[in-house]
Write a protein that binds this ligand. Structure first.
Ligand code: SF4
Length: 319
């Protein structure tokens, strides 16, 4: 694996997208800027008339608008970069093995990243995804410092993580103290230890570590900054009753270890077919969105409808 962060040069290792299967995804529109930067459209033209509850994914455009002003459409096509390595190996991962293993990429300074974003966009979201961005926590801090210098209002920073990276306390505290608008999205890799193991083939104890890291982030968002969560739909071929048991387990873990309202900031992630995973899953079986439906059904037994219908960023997660 390549070194992810070069301390002296302040350079990060970014994945080369031309080697990523994501660019072959036929139902998303990617306009390639070059091999290392891409733009993705969240809400596509054909989806604009769907009611809000039909939207499948938590996406940053709404929270970005609430922090930075303008219209939600100003944030609908984020500028994305991928840190070019990961510490997990989810069997349904949407990026190529080479990307996960840190084999396809190159080094860029923090200034390169900011300049490329500014050259192509005068506002919007910078989305740092992976791979695993928190393998390069120094990079995230340096990006925050550069954004602070810009003093441009309509720029929002969004960082994805598998909640098993490094230095969550320092990154969250520094970005929060800088008072730049930003959000962190933590993706739990399972509803319980078994699904975590099934998805990642990593030691089961890391499942608990994800909750500890989520709480650490929350503890350090002193001044500002938002925290959201993904959890992938259950992929094991099990019946509804068993899925419900796993959902209850996840609800109990996240409410006791992170925050009692944290489930309302969770989006059940639909696993989509990409070049990298198309032979690994029965996508027809997954079409039903069963996990997501059962999750929402369970939330209705725990929270009022008013709370469930609030946009996620309006759910207050007090420290
Ligand atoms: S954490 Fe994300 S990038 Fe890493 S293996 Fe899992 S799905 Fe792929």
């Amino acid at each position: 694996m390549s070194k992810i962060w070069l301390k002296n040069e302040k350079k990060v290792f970014l994945a080369n997208f031309s080697g990523s299967s994501m660019v072959k995804d036929s139902d998303n529109i990617y306009s390639m800027i070059n091999d290392f930067w891409r733009k993705k459209t969240y809400v596509k033209e054909e989806d604009k008339l769907l009611p809000m509850h039909e939207q499948e994914f938590l996406e940053p455009y709404r929270v970005a608008q609430s922090y930075c002003g303008g219209t939600w459409n100003d944030y609908n096509t984020p500028f994305a970069i991928q840190v070019g390595a990961c510490n997990l190996n989810c069997f349904w991962c949407f990026v190529s093995d080479d990307l996960r293993e840190g084999k396809i990429g190159d080094y860029f300074t923090v200034k390169d990243v900011i300049e490329m974003w500014r050259k192509n966009e005068n506002k919007g979201v910078l989305r740092i995804t992976g791979g695993e961005p928190f393998l390069a926590p120094e990079f995230l801090i340096e990006i925050g410092k550069e954004l602070k210098k810009l003093k441009e209002r309509q720029r929002y920073l969004w960082i994805d993580t598998n909640l098993l990276g490094k230095n969550y306390d320092n990154v969250a505290k520094t970005l929060s103290d800088l008072e730049i608008p930003f959000g962190i999205c933590g993706c739990f890799k399972g509803f319980d230890k078994e699904t975590f193991r099934f998805n990642t083939n990593a030691p089961k104890d890391l499942f608990d570590k994800q909750f500890i890291n989520a709480r650490t982030i929350l503890n350090n968002l002193y001044n500002n900054g938002e925290l959201f969560f993904y959890v992938p739909e259950i992929l094991e071929n099990i019946n509804e009753t068993e899925i419900e048991k796993k959902i209850i387990n996840f609800y109990e873990q996240i409410t006791s270890k992170v925050h009692e309202l944290a489930p309302l900031r969770v989006t059940v992630l639909k696993i989509k077919s990409y070049e990298a995973n198309k032979d690994k899953l029965d996508f027809k079986r997954l079409e039903s969105g069963l996990t997501r439906n059962l999750w929402l059904k369970y939330l209705k037994t725990k929270y009022t409808i008013d709370l469930i219908w609030l946009p996620q960023y309006q759910i207050k997660l007090k420290r």
